[in-house]
Design a protein around this ligand. Structure first.
Ligand SMILES: NC(=O)c1ccc[n+]([C@@H]2O[C@H](COP(=O)([O-])OP(=O)(O)OC[C@H]3O[C@@H](n4cnc5c(N)ncnc54)[C@H](OP(=O)(O)O)[C@@H]3O)[C@@H](O)[C@H]2O)c1
Length: 346
């Protein structure tokens, strides 16, 4: 066991898009687990869009990371010391260890991960928080019905790809939106979407909306909201009566404090959106997955066998080295990832 560990701290708060200067790699002593606690050597850590929100000192559903604090995040690794009867050295565990090579957590905050069941990286994506988010948000708030049409953006990410694949399994027409021709090919060929539009190929919401109309000849029944921005604007006129919009994320606006850079555009969107909700009797539900953990075992029961037999496809984008996590995170925010963004730490 090494005596020192590495971690990445928030050096300063970003003004808009994060830069390398907002992060700092530090070394410290490996912590000693206390009573009921477990020390884990991290193998893989997750990069997720929500981490951008934690970098801002703004009111949200979770507290910001303090300046000088280790960047938050989920990670999976091997137990190297344990003061809990529930874990022994050699076990693998998922926990909120942050952007770090090692971490100590109370055993009750950890989830055991069985490498014999699935590669441990899947605990960060398809069989972890993002996959669960897609499944839960679609089933509870999307309420999919065979024959309907669903649209989801960030289609090849861990949330969007789960939404699309579960919707297909329920007999819906599934139209993805993704950044670039390669990602659109992945959405169709790897994840089985019926159609996928490259949002970068359309200069404005109007042209994207026209293309979406062709791809969704019967209109849109479920818009699983991952991004906001131009995609939301394009979708609004195409929503069908009694449609559903689970609001999962709005990454297009995260670098603008979550509220959007273009105030004039937002001012136009709001009345259009409210009117569409009213006249089409839409159900719009925001949700944060941390309020739904009680249902996680049901998700695993249904989806883990599908991952094992290949009927749910997986795509991971793994960056080597903790020191490269900031760049990989900045890439994630602008679509540079191709699949679930993961950093290999060991
Ligand atoms: N509510 C919750 O509890 C919860 C939990 C997990 C995740 N989420 C949210 O779910 C969404 C997807 O998360 P994920 O982990 O699956 O991320 P992801 O797809 O791996 O990565 C984010 C993707 O967003 C797309 N994107 C970025 N800027 C965009 C823009 N301006 N317009 C359109 N697309 C844009 C990029 O894909 P393209 O290159 O394809 O555009 C990028 O790859 C995020 O908004 C996230 O915050 C919410």
């Amino acid at each position: 066991m090494t005596d020192t560990m590495k971690h990445i701290v928030l050096a300063s708060r970003p003004d808009g898009a994060p830069t390398a200067a907002n992060f700092r790699l530090e070394e410290s002593a490996v912590p000693t687990p206390g009573d009921g606690e477990v020390l884990v050597r991290v193998h893989y850590m997750s990069l997720d869009p929500y981490m951008r929100g934690r970098m801002d000192d703004a009111k949200s559903y979770a507290a910001p990371v303090p300046i000088g604090g280790t960047m938050e995040g989920g990670a999976v690794g091997e137990v190297i010391a344990s003061n809990s009867p529930d874990f022994k050295p050699g076990d693998f565990a998922f926990g909120m260890f942050g952007w770090a090579t090692h971490g100590v957590q109370p055993a009750k905050m950890l989830r055991k991960v069985d490498p014999a069941q699935a590669p441990i990286t899947t605990s960060l994506g398809v069989l972890g928080m993002p996959g669960f988010t897609g499944w839960q948000g679609l089933m509870e708030y999307g309420r999919p019905k065979a024959g309907e049409t669903l649209v989801v953006a960030a289609a090849t990410g861990p949330v969007g790809s789960m939404v699309g694949q579960i919707a297909k399994a329920h007999g819906l027409r599934v139209v993805g939106i993704a950044g670039g021709a390669d990602k659109c090919a992945t959405a169709k060929d790897h994840f089985g979407f019926d159609e996928c539009l490259d949002h970068r190929a359309y200069p404005d919401a109007k042209s994207l909306s026209a293309a979406l109309k062709e791809a969704c000849p019967k209109g849109i029944d479920i818009y699983f909201e991952n991004v906001g921005g131009k995609v939301l604007e394009a979708v609004i006129p195409l929503m069908n009566p009694f449609g559903r919009i689970p609001i999962c994320g709005m990454i297009a606006w995260y670098n603008a404090g979550g509220l959007g850079a273009n105030a004039a555009e937002q001012a136009l969107t709001a009345p259009k959106l409210w009117r569409t909700i009213l006249v089409n009797f839409l159900s719009v539900n925001g949700f944060i997955i941390s309020n739904h953990w009680a249902n996680f075992p049901n998700f695993l029961k249904e989806v883990a066998p599908k991952v094992a037999d290949g009927s749910i496809a997986v795509q991971e984008d793994i960056t080597e080295g903790l020191e490269n996590a900031p760049q990989a995170f900045m890439d994630l925010l602008t679509g540079g990832n191709n699949g679930k963004a993961i950093v290999k730490v060991i």
